[in-house]
Design a protein around this ligand. Structure first.
Ligand SMILES: C[S@@+](CC[C@H](N)C(=O)[O-])C[C@H]1O[C@@H](n2cnc3c(N)ncnc32)[C@H](O)[C@@H]1O
Length: 220
């Protein structure tokens, strides 16, 4: 089995209640194509670039159920920490990584991986401890993007890179859906790709595929 370290005691995250539904949607080709004009393979390709960008410790924040990253975590030998507010999501991530690692009994998390239930805006790791920080499906959840980028950059070792992805209102359907989610209190005010690029502080690399915007930052 695995253990989930927690800085939050037994406090749960909003995703606890919808872990199963979210997990099914994020892996659905049809949902991603219709809602966001994207494909799950795009998320995995972005994550693969992050994994390949360096050796050394890797931090995945808002890791959720590791839908796009489980295979990568199972193969990578980098010391790794997965962080999420939701225990239920981290539990799914652990199960998926263990299955992908296909150890003898299929229930063990590879030894190089730690699971930590924590708020990514208030991480208590020693500063500058990771050569790669990755967060997918994330930027649209936060109103204060400079705070998000600042908190994650503080985790980057010199020369390290931050990879961040999130949804933008790039299609008419995507905008309508984001507005609906915003009214339901699920996401921040919808942004266009350009609004996001500026709010993020003009990352070193920025591109969109459908409604998903991919950004890369280097350590300062
Ligand atoms: C849209 S899901 C994305 C999950 C995963 N990265 C993916 O692409 O499938 C957002 C995740 O961020 C987590 N989350 C939201 N706010 C967070 C915070 N402040 N700190 C840590 N995790 C957070 C949620 O619990 C949820 O699992």
């Amino acid at each position: 089995m695995w253990s989930i370290e927690s800085e939050l005691g037994h406090v749960g995250g909003p995703y606890d209640r919808r872990a199963a539904v979210y997990d099914r949607l994020v892996r659905s080709r049809m949902y991603n194509r219709i809602a966001w004009s994207t494909a799950p393979e795009d998320y995995a390709a972005f994550a693969a670039a992050a994994f390949a960008s360096a050796d050394g410790p890797l931090l995945e924040v808002a890791a959720g159920s590791a839908a796009a990253t489980a295979q990568l975590h199972a193969r990578a030998q980098r010391p790794t920490v997965l962080v999420d507010l939701s225990r239920a999501m981290l539990d799914r991530a652990a199960r998926r990584i263990a299955a992908a690692a296909a150890d003898d009994d299929g229930h063990k998390l590879p030894a190089h991986i730690r699971l930590v239930q924590a708020d990514l805006l208030a991480l208590e790791f020693p500063a500058r401890g990771f050569t790669t920080v990755l967060g997918i499906g994330l930027t649209h959840l936060f109103e204060d993007l400079p705070a998000l980028v600042g908190a994650l950059r503080a985790q980057l070792a010199p020369g390290g890179q931050l990879y961040l992805a999130g949804l933008v209102a790039q299609t008419r359907r995507g905008r309508r859906y984001l507005e609906l989610l915003h009214r339901a209190g699920e996401v921040a005010v919808p942004r266009t790709a350009e609004e996001l690029r500026v709010a993020l502080g003009r990352p070193a690399d920025f591109r969109t595929t459908g409604c998903m915007a991919y950004s890369t930052f280097t350590a300062v």
